[in-house]
Design a protein around this ligand. Structure first.
Ligand code: GLU
Length: 430
């Protein structure tokens, strides 16, 4: 085991923001890459927001992403307690140390830390050399007796033996306060690595909790695959430098390094996430996919009780190639099981504007009724020969047929799924 000790130090807020999840992930990756220790520390000094629920959302989100911690709440460790709210004695003791060396004073009930005012050089693993000077003394204990973030954060990093501080770039401006304190305690500085901001998809600014797609719990509820979400998060500020985007986590762990983190801000890209999720879905075994789909199929009640399981399996096989996330499944497959599927009116109108779709539907219906063997090949042949006979393009058959049997136009795979068409009770033009 290496000596690397990193920590993810969230303040529970009641949601697990995608930017926080990425910070947790980068710490976890670095710990796994170096065979070090990944610590979860809860910065819960703000009592109001620290409910049990808020903590559970965080723990659940991390576990869902597979970011299991080696030390922290639930698992313990030699450097605890891992909740700041339980570390008051430690903070008092560290305050005394500063008082002994005359680095504090009291003003209006608050305790101030006396800065040296010397330039603070931070050799940041991502940003490079950063110089900042703290020219004002700052509060470390408020007049209500509670310690301030900068103080507890530094004391915890010292007492937990943190070697690398990997956190969001929004904390870079705090770091000179932290190094002032670290030096007052005469400890070696950790290696800092400030990871770039996560920007919202559209417009300027940081991704906030109000932006769609910004909460990890949302992806879990929407039946995204955790491995796919985690893979996507890895790419927000890091890349394997060889154009690949989809990689097994073992390989990412092997390749991940602080040097490889980009300086540029990362932009959230919902489409890319969906693309990665689709790819992971396609690579699942059909059995696994079926198992993952079962709860949402049950919930949506679209499958009749007397359904043939082989048919369900066939339908899922088609859907696995097409859906971007399992949440889309009911919308995609209702028409395989029920006659009550909605018709995309816009698509229908578009198709019905050209040619004579009703005539085409009648023609294809008559041909299909006489078809003995219903396969991809025979369907294709049927369409091709109809098109030839009537001197129109095959599209004139395919598009209205799609609308007729599925209610939508995009599902190019429909005609390849002979068994589903055969299954349809009513294959009639309207
Ligand atoms: N509680 C701080 C936050 O959530 C931690 C900052 C740090 O990692 O040092 O932003």
């Amino acid at each position: 085991m290496s000596h690397v000790r990193v920590r993810f130090a969230p303040s529970p807020t009641g949601f697990f923001h995608i930017g926080s999840a990425r910070t947790a992930l980068f710490n976890w990756l670095y710990a796994r890459h170096t065979k070090g220790i990944f610590i979860l520390r809860i910065e819960d000094t703000d009592k109001e927001r620290n409910t049990e629920d808020a903590k559970q959302i965080l723990f659940q989100g991390m576990k869902w992403l597979g970011l299991y911690w080696d030390e922290g709440p639930e698992v313990g460790g030699d450097y605890g307690p891992y909740y700041q709210s339980e570390r008051t004695d430690i903070y008092r003791c560290y305050l005394e140390q500063l008082q002994k060396i005359d680095r504090t004073y009291e003003k209006d009930g608050a305790i101030y830390f006396k800065v040296t005012g010397e330039p603070q050089i931070i050799e940041d693993a991502v940003r490079g050399r950063v110089e900042r000077t703290e020219d004002k003394d700052f509060v470390i204990f408020r007049s209500n007796g509670l310690p301030v973030f900068h103080f507890v954060n530094v004391v915890d990093d010292i007492t937990m033996g943190i070697t690398h501080v990997i956190r969001g770039e929004d904390h870079l401006s705090n770091t000179s306060k932290h190094t002032e304190l670290m030096k007052a305690f005469k400890v070696e500085l950790p290696q800092y690595a400030h990871i770039p901001l996560l920007l919202k998809q559209q417009g300027p600014g940081k991704m906030s909790k109000r932006d769609r797609g910004s909460l990890i719990e949302e992806y879990e509820q929407r039946h995204f695959l955790a491995d796919a979400v985690r893979n996507y998060l890895c790419l927000l500020g890091w890349s394997p430098k060889d154009d690949r985007e989809i990689l097994p986590i073992e390989e990412i762990i092997q390749l991940f390094d602080l040097k490889g983190i980009n300086k540029n801000n990362a932009k959230f890209d919902e489409k890319k996430l969906a693309f990665i999720n689709t790819d992971y879905l396609r690579n699942l075994s059909l059995e696994k996919f079926h198992m993952l789909c079962q709860p949402i199929l049950n919930e949506s009640k679209i499958i009749p009780e007397d359904v043939n399981e082989i048919f369900v399996h066939d339908v899922l096989k088609i859907c696995r190639e097409k859906i971007r996330s399992i949440e889309e499944l009911p919308k995609y497959c209702t028409y395989f099981f029920s006659e009550k599927y909605s018709i995309n009116e816009k698509a229908k109108q578009k198709i019905f504007k050209k040619g004579d779709p009703l005539a085409r539907l009648n023609e294809i219906l008559s041909s299909l009724e006489t078809l003995n063997s219903f396969s991809e090949e025979t369907l294709e042949k049927t369409v091709a020969s109809l098109a030839m006979t009537h001197n129109v393009s095959s599209g004139e058959y395919i598009h209205p047929t799609r609308i007729a049997v599925s209610g939508n136009q995009y599902w190019t795979w429909l005609l390849c799924n002979a068994s589903s068409i055969r299954k349809r009770k009513c294959f009639v033009p309207y």
